[in-house]
Design a protein around this ligand. Structure first.
Ligand code: DX5
Ligand code: ZN
Length: 227
């Protein structure tokens, strides 16, 4: 299955941010065996957001495992001037690269760079950024990511006004652009997000913070009506 096939069905994307990094491969295997095909990777630079997390080395370490199981790597760049790094993440094995509208004065150029690197292109907006920030890049987008928490940390509560924002994004962008929601997604919030047009639902702590991540994945996928 290609990245673009995977973006056309409703899916839950486990975020490895909340995984146990000492046994990352096993954690990814657990959720893929439970049915996950989109693995969400949160890259943070200590500038755009305060924490520093992981980079291309970890993308590269997971690439064969995820691709061999028919999955894709959804790389969420929470870094300043992402256009300077997209080629490196593409080489590491990213299938979808999402850049933040707030992280560069050159959003259009950054998305072009993602496409040129051979990846599907996503643009993200923070909770305080209006959906109109993406109005003029719709034709370059494979995906629009609506942050439903302020980026930087897992385990924060879902910001309720994100539901109306998802609907506004769906209205604004061409129908073939997948809408992704990220932050505070669990078995309670997943259904309403799906109803408002979210196709990819990122869940970190609700999956990897659970005693049984496979069961938690299944529960969220069922709540979202996901594949
Ligand atoms: C936050 C990250 C999220 C994070 C979500 O900045 O972009 O992907 O892992 O974590 P939860 O699902 O715990 O809110
Ligand atoms: Zn994320």
């Amino acid at each position: 299955m290609t990245a673009s096939d995977l973006l056309h069905a409703r899916r839950v994307a486990p975020s490895i941010l909340s995984a146990d990094f000492a046994r990352l491969g096993a954690q990814v295997q657990t959720v893929m065996e439970a049915g996950a095909r989109v693995i969400h990777v949160d890259v943070m630079d200590g500038h755009f957001v305060p924490p520093i997390t992981i980079g291309p080395l970890v993308v590269s370490a997971l690439a064969d495992q995820v691709h061999d199981a028919g999955g894709m790597l959804d790389v969420h760049l929470m870094i300043e001037r992402p256009e300077r790094h997209v080629a490196e993440f593409a080489r590491a094995g990213a299938d979808l690269i999402t850049v933040h509208a707030e992280a560069t004065p050159h959003l259009h150029y950054a998305l072009q760079a993602v496409k040129q690197a051979g990846c599907a292109a996503g643009a993200a907006i923070n909770p305080g950024t209006p959906v109109e920030a993406l109005a003029d890049v719709g034709e370059l987008l494979d995906l629009a990511l609506c942050m439903s928490v302020n980026p930087g940390w897992g385990g924060q509560p879902f910001i309720g006004s994100s539901l109306a924002k998802l609907a506004r994004l769906r209205e604004l962008l061409p129908a073939d652009v997948a809408i992704e929601v990220d932050g505070g997604v669990d078995a309670t919030t997943a259904g309403p997000c799906a109803e408002q047009g979210a196709r990819l639902l990122v869940a970190g702590s609700a999956i990897f913070g659970a005693a049984d991540p496979a069961a938690a994945y299944a529960q969220i996928a069922t709540a979202a009506g996901a594949a």
